[in-house]
Ligand binder design. Structure first.
Ligand code: ATP
Ligand code: MG
Length: 420
């Protein structure tokens, strides 16, 4: 038997319901905030990710799926969604559109060569937004509140936005120097990844998963003390807007995000739900004003977030109480060929009237069809028999009260629709 590749899984049954539900809610909420759908390729030129996400991030240094295609091109399966959207924005010269800022939402699979565990896969899905072209703190607040409301819409209430500012380039560089100085005497006590990060990307040490509880990191200087006046004022504005919008936030100076392209606002949405462990971070994002320029587009400020659909699915499964199994409204019972043809036409007509219905296609007998109707949770049964059909009559049985009513075949659709 051929099995699925390590780190992947099949989404079907209950999980497929959650998956579609999440995407449907996301589409509705993103459209309400006036974001437009964008779809970019699942694979891109490898250099796109090396130049955007950054060589020194875990994502690019250890986690990408890289291969040469038959034309000897270097290709990478996308590990995240932002780089592709920004590439598309530049390539399609969207900076020239009269309508600005450009606000996009996307949804799709991402690929990272990680050690698979609960809520962490090699193929996973993200939903996300990118607002391109506005440097206003209003835009940061909109993106964060969109993420927050989105989770609320799904019934995920115990969410905190952990927010921090990396400041502008000057603030970040000053902090970087202070952090290097602070860490120097401690570096031998940190994990091997952190020893490498110390040289290449010291800020990343702050969100190391191995050392996260060590005193060394807890006592590290806070970037918030290194923000210059402009960066500080900007951060205060974002916080003020979030307060106005009733977003539950917490200032968290250790959040630096794994990707190189962030500046100013960075944030993570964490769900307070038992047993989620490392998978409790359900969305993350920030401002990335340098990325468009780095990819040879005109300097353009951007802010966005991405949320892990697989983790949302795990949460929905934990918090959903009602049975979300496949229920139908109506089950039409037929035994012989004449009844079957009548049933076939009736279920089609009902479906066109938005009634979810089912009939037997496995040659089941009467008793087995009753059982099947129960399993499907049918509210109403339509019982067909040849004698009634001669008289133009059908029997409708209420599956809860067990009451039966004879209905004229010309009125059957109206009867069912009005009794749903
Ligand atoms: P983590 O710290 O959990 O590794 P990350 O910083 O790598 O997350 P991002 O790149 O910011 O994550 O991705 C945004 C969201 O996508 C995460 O908050 C998470 O919900 C989800 N996510 C990231 N990696 C995976 C994965 N391998 N499997 C499932 N979901 C993931
Ligand atoms: Mg990661």
């Amino acid at each position: 038997m051929i099995t699925r590749p390590k780190g992947t899984y099949d989404i079907y049954g209950k999980e497929a319901k959650y998956y579609n539900y999440i995407n449907a809610v996301f589409q509705r909420v993103a459209e309400l905030y006036n974001y437009e759908y964008i779809r970019t390729p699942i694979f891109e030129d490898s250099s796109l990710f090396h130049r955007s996400v950054g060589e020194t991030t875990d994502i690019v240094s250890k986690e990408t799926y890289d291969f040469k295609d038959r034309g000897d091109r270097d290709i990478t399966l996308r590990p995240e969604g932002t780089a592709g959207v920004v590439r598309s924005y530049i390539e399609n010269k969207m900076y020239g559109d009269v309508n600005q800022p450009k606000k996009f939402y996307y949804s799709g699979t991402m690929y990272r060569y990680e050690r698979p565990q609960a809520g962490r896969y090699r193929e996973f899905s993200q939903i996300g937004v990118e607002a391109i072209g506005s440097d206003s703190p209003l835009m940061d607040a909109e993106v964060i509140s969109l993420a927050y409301r989105l989770l609320e819409e799904m019934g995920i209430d115990n969410v905190t936005v952990k927010i921090n500012s990396l400041g502008d380039n000057e603030s970040r560089n000053n902090y970087r120097e202070a952090l290097i100085k602070y860490l120097e005497p401690h570096i031998d006590n940190l994990c091997s990844d952190c020893k490498n990060r110390y040289k290449s990307n010291p800020l990343r040490i702050l969100d190391c998963k191995v050392d996260k509880d060590s005193e060394i990191l807890k006592n590290a200087p806070s970037i918030l003390d290194y923000l210059n006046k402009e960066s500080k004022e900007r951060f205060d504005k974002v916080i003020e807007y979030l307060t106005q919008l009733d977003v539950d936030y917490e200032i968290a100076p250790n959040i630096v995000r794994g990707l190189d392209y962030y500046n100013h606002t960075v944030f993570e949405l964490v769900a307070d739900i038992e047993d989620l462990g490392n998978a409790s971070t359900v969305a993350a994002g920030g401002r990335y004003n340098n990325l468009v320029g780095n990819l040879e587009g005109p300097e353009t400020p951007c802010v966005g977030f991405a949320s892990g659909v697989d983790r949302l699915m795990i949460i929905l499964d934990k918090i959903t109480k009602e049975n979300i199994d496949n229920k139908v409204d109506v089950y039409v019972m037929a035994i012989n060929e004449e009844e079957r043809i009548t049933a076939l036409k009736l279920v089609q007509d009902l479906r066109w009237c938005e009634i979810k219905c089912e009939m037997d296609t496995l040659d089941r007998g009467m008793k087995a069809q009753f059982k099947q109707a129960d399993r499907l949770g049918a509210r109403l049964l339509v019982l067909l028999n040849s004698e009634d059909l001669q008289k133009g009559i059908m029997t409708v049985k209420d599956n809860l009260t067990h009451e039966e009513v004879k209905v004229d075949e010309n009125e059957i659709i109206d009867y069912i629709v009005s009794n749903m």
